[in-house]
Design a protein around this ligand. Sequence first.
Ligand code: FE
Length: 201
Amino acid sequence: MDKTALFKISYGLFAITCNDGNKDTGLIVNTVMQVTDSPLRLTVTINKSNYSHDVIKNSGIMNVNCLSVDTPFEIFKKLGFQSGKDTDKFNGLLTWKASNGLVNLSCEYINAYICLRVIDYVDFGTHGMFVCEATDAMTVSDADSMTYDYYHKNVKPKPETKNKKGYVCKICGYVYEGEVLPDDFVCPLCKHGASDFEPIK
Ligand code: FE
């Protein structure tokens, strides 16, 4: 099987926001999908190792912030490359509250938001899929939506790999210098594992 075929599936990028009772938290995902129109149902799949997975399982609500092409790498770093368990991801970020009380990112970075209420949950072992109904939604700007492809081509910093031997993280561009990348290596920047690294050519 040619697994590179899977790279041809296009995805959007979204900031999910939620609240653990004490603070706002969230993460970046590419797994938001509208599955039916009437009634309006969406699914969001989240890795169980993410703090937000448990927060949403407990609170039953989340917001989808549709990221626009104007979202800088800083936002991906802040929301995606650290854990909400031990950091306040929204500290220093301009936010505003939607009708369900959850925060949204500044309209500089998003072109729409959708408030979701969880109505079902499917356990996929490593991940959980939240089946949701939309309780509110709004388009907030005309900017184009950020796709996964756009992120990789235009937002992620270009790694400095000239004259270097080693591996580069496909998610954040971190460069590991060395002949062999240990199987249990974890990227110090984005916390993705060795499978998300590729050899420097
Ligand atoms: Fe990384």
